[in-house]
Design a protein around this ligand. Sequence first.
Ligand SMILES: Nc1ncnc2c1ncn2[C@@H]1O[C@H](COP(=O)(O)OP(=O)(O)OP(=O)(O)O)[C@@H](O)[C@H]1O
Ligand SMILES: [Mg+2]
Length: 257
Amino acid sequence: MIEINNVSQTFATQSGQIHALADINLSIARNEFVTLVGRSGCGKSTLLRIIAGLQPATSGTANVDGQKIEAPTSSVSMMFQKPALLPWRNVVENIMLPAEIMRLDKSKVRQRAEELLSLVGLKGFEKKLPHQLSGGMQQRVSLCRSLVQEPKVLLMDEPFSALDALTREELSGELQRIVMEQETTIVFVTHSIEEAVLLADRVVVMSPRPGRIQEVVPVDIQRPRSLGHNDNAAAVTGVSARLHDLLMDPALGVAKR
Ligand SMILES: Nc1ncnc2c1ncn2[C@@H]1O[C@H](COP(=O)(O)OP(=O)(O)OP(=O)(O)O)[C@@H](O)[C@H]1O
Ligand SMILES: [Mg+2]
């Protein structure tokens, strides 16, 4: 579904060139859930922006469903760390926004918005304004907005990181359930090892300066997964420890500082 071929990215800044990504090659299958982890500045957001068509790569290509990505398209949607809802629009109007921009069939989309709202437990909140909702609820609305256009690919850049730990775990659980039903290919950036293991089919570990793929770790654990007591607890801990070791690798020059 997603093919990233030899992608490199440099930025010219006043203090010289920044080599944000170097030779990234990655294939992501249809309906696969991939998480990207790595130290700050290793190019995770840059890679997502390239796949979203928000940023042209300096060299190399990104393809989604066989199409070369050169600009934003309705088959790829992106969700950010902050909900960025329009404060004067109510919940359902916010969810409908991408559909309005893309001029999709309004009544169909409205029905889908209602389905998504019940999926995230916000049925009955259609007419509320964003300021009347908690941060977790706002991010749920933002998730609905990202899914309303039925994207083939959903890109998520630390979507739950501004939330408290319990809400965050709760939303991870909901996301697992939702994607099991929705058939969407997901690339999810996180700084949380637990979140990466709970959600991913594969975890892509990146290293900085320049941003490269250090290792791809498969997570072969049955779903649903949780951090509480369950049959998969030992497997979850095992993969988490492996990721921890990779991210703290002294070869990255991180542990030395
Ligand atoms: N538009 C830009 N202009 C100049 N430099 C940039 C730009 N965007 C990103 N960079 C640089 O590219 C590198 C990678 O940035 P990026 O935001 O992709 O990292 P990240 O892995 O998402 O980090 P974080 O975990 O902190 O969000 C950083 O050194 C950053 O300063
Ligand atoms: Mg980032």
